[in-house]
Design a protein around this ligand. Structure first.
Ligand code: PLP
Length: 404
């Protein structure tokens, strides 16, 4: 007798990236010289998780009664205020911003998918995307459509975005667009100011025809060369025309992946629209995870607002960022010489090598002890978890197998 409902009977049992990581770690533990470029966590050159010491200490200092108590459903007010300030700075539009706490950025993506799209409708994202976007859509009986991410010059393919967005509006009367930049996962690409302006113009035109929600996934915002301000400045003009969302996460920016602290921000000038959005989002919170990690919010809220602590955290993060930047630099110089094709990459956890038969190549690399994540037409390389000294072997391995 089958107890699962039909759509759940053939779910894959493990996330493919976590499964590859488990295999890589097991082989490394057995003594093989493994390069594990699969998981999106920043490791030091000895393979240990990099943790911001100041944040870890702040967590230990959370008063027991704060950590043990229930947080408000929509999140701790001072944490939320700090997150809004983190994204909006001193801009007056901070007053137009509703913020709701979520378990990591993933929770924010789930809320957006649940409340700004109807069952059976599809969100739109770039042709290269983080796999869990599809899992989240699937879980909620929504779909995921894509537009071509890069044009012939390797820049945002605005023409394909406009065309696909327009087709979606025709088909479903609304659209929800997920854009992950800076430091897009998996390609490492960060939009420049022109691309943000181009995106704003395209979304603005679409939003004149139907409700369009634009979600910017800023999980990696603190690791890029470009400031998030470029995005915020270019996009704020959309407020009131389109709905602008930011999926904020403490996982990478505070090296607290397991703490599950995040938030969804929604920017709208109309107080009544904000009231409805806040109610819908907090209702969804109640119906999924109830409320978020109280101790986590307290600690991250403090790390964002206490001036001394913030300075210490920024300093520690800068050291991690320069570790990562050295790897990016080594990669760029070696991979360019080796003739690998990959998008503009100036910082962040990942890059992606274009490769026609990515699954076969990843399997061959795995035999040689090099673990990367294949997806259609590309190999994702998580430089965040590769020691600088291993980058020459990584590049040579990929260059040997990749079909150009
Ligand atoms: N968005 C992207 C593109 C990611 O890669 C991740 C994590 O890997 C997230 C969002 C959210 O992460 P978390 O739920 O751990 O905050």
């Amino acid at each position: 007798m089958e107890f699962l409902i039909p759509t759940r009977t053939s779910r894959p049992s493990d996330d493919p990236i976590f499964a590859l990581n488990t295999e890589a770690r097991a082989r490394a533990a057995a003594g093989e010289a493994i390069i594990n470029a699969t998981v999106g966590a920043l490791l030091d050159d000895e393979g240990r998780l990099s943790v911001l010491g100041s944040v870890a200490q702040t967590l230990r200092e959370v008063p027991p009664n704060v950590g043990a108590g229930y947080a408000p459903i929509e999140g701790d007010a001072s944490f939320l205020k700090a997150v809004v300030a983190d994204v909006m700075g001193q801009r007056p539009e901070a007053d137009w911003t509703v913020a709701i706490a979520t378990p990591g950025g993933s929770g924010a993506l789930r809320l957006a998918m649940a409340d700004f799209l109807d069952t059976g409708q599809a969100a739109l994202t770039t042709s290269y995307f983080w796999g869990p976007y599809r899992t989240i859509a699937d879980e909620l009986d929504r779909g995921l459509a894509t537009f071509r991410m890069f044009d012939a010059n390797g820049r945002l393919d605005g023409a394909d975005l406009e065309h696909t967005l327009s087709a979606q509006i025709e088909a479903q009367g609304r659209a929800l667009l997920f854009i992950n930049s800076p430091c897009h996962n998996p390609t490492g690409y960060s939009f420049d100011a022109d691309e943000w302006r181009q995106l704003a113009a395209i979304v603005g035109r679409a939003a004149d025809r139907a409700p369009v929600t634009l979600l910017i996934d800023i999980a990696y915002a603190r690791y890029g060369q470009r400031s998030l301000d470029e995005a915020v400045d270019a996009l704020l003009g959309l407020a009131g025309r389109a709905l602008l969302l930011f999926a904020w996460s403490a996982s990478k920016s505070f090296t607290q992946y397991g703490l599950r602290v995040g938030a969804l921000l929604a920017v709208h000038p109309d107080p009544e629209a904000r009231r409805r959005i806040r109610s819908a989002l907090s209702y969804s919170c109640r119906g999924t995870w109830s409320n978020c990690n109280a101790g986590g919010m307290a600690a991250i809220g403090r790390a964002l607002t206490d001036p001394d602590l913030r300075a210490r955290t920024d300093q520690e993060r800068a050291a991690l960022k320069s570790l990562l930047d050295r790897r990016v630099e080594a990669w760029n110089s070696l991979a360019t010489d080796a003739g690998l094709r990959y998008p503009r990459y100036d910082g962040g956890f990942f890059t992606t090598v274009f490769c026609a038969d990515a699954f076969a190549v990843a399997a061959r690399l795995k035999e040689e002890g090099i673990f990367v994540v294949p997806q259609t037409g590309a190999l994702r390389v998580a430089l965040c978890s590769v020691a600088e000294r291993d980058i020459p072997r990584l590049v040579q391995g990929i260059a040997r197998h990749v079909t150009r």
